[in-house]
Design a protein around this ligand. Structure first.
Ligand code: SME
Length: 156
């Protein structure tokens, strides 16, 4: 496909619905997971106007910063630390309405107000990383984001 996204919907679910097949086409035939993560981060950042979108990848019992779009971010996160490390430890999607109210939240930017973290699994059902999406608005994420972001991660 042409490396260009076309999103016409104005509402969040509509944008995701239009974006999903375009991401699918973008990744189709490309086996390199890092390259695909880079394009997923870029597609989500530009189509959904998120503040920060990126992957942290499990390496030697830590999460290490992977492909991302947005301001510079912290490089390593331990298991159980911050929203990302907690989602990894609990094997759960975490939606944080107000990051200041999440005990142990790791503030990479003071502009980040709410966040969603979705674990990324391999075919053995092991977590190999997480997708972290931050918004500069409070309460920006809900089950619609959780569902579509999970669907997008299944393409990786
Ligand atoms: N806020 C995350 C850290 C990563 S940055 O937001 C990019 C956390 O608490 O895990």
């Amino acid at each position: 496909m042409a490396e260009e996204l076309h999103i016409q919907a104005k509402d969040k679910e509509g944008k995701y619905r239009e974006l999903l097949p375009q991401i699918k086409a973008l990744l189709d035939g490309e086996p390199d997971r890092i390259a695909n993560m880079a394009n997923v981060a870029a597609a989500l950042k530009s189509a959904m106007c998120f503040f920060w979108v990126g992957f942290y990848l499990v390496k030697d019992e830590e999460l290490v910063l992977g492909p991302f779009q947005g301001p510079v971010a912290c490089t390593r996160i331990s298991k159980g630390k911050g929203v990302c490390g907690t989602a990894w430890e609990k094997r759960n999607i975490l939606i944080v309405e107000d990051v200041e109210k999440f005990p142990g939240h790791i503030a990479c930017s003071t502009l980040s107000k709410s966040e969603i973290v979705v674990p990324l699994y391999n075919s053995q059902n092991e977590i190999i990383g997480v997708l972290d999406v931050d918004s500069d608005q409070l309460n920006a994420f809900d089950t619609v984001d959780a569902q579509y972001l999970e669907n997008i991660l299944q393409l990786l």
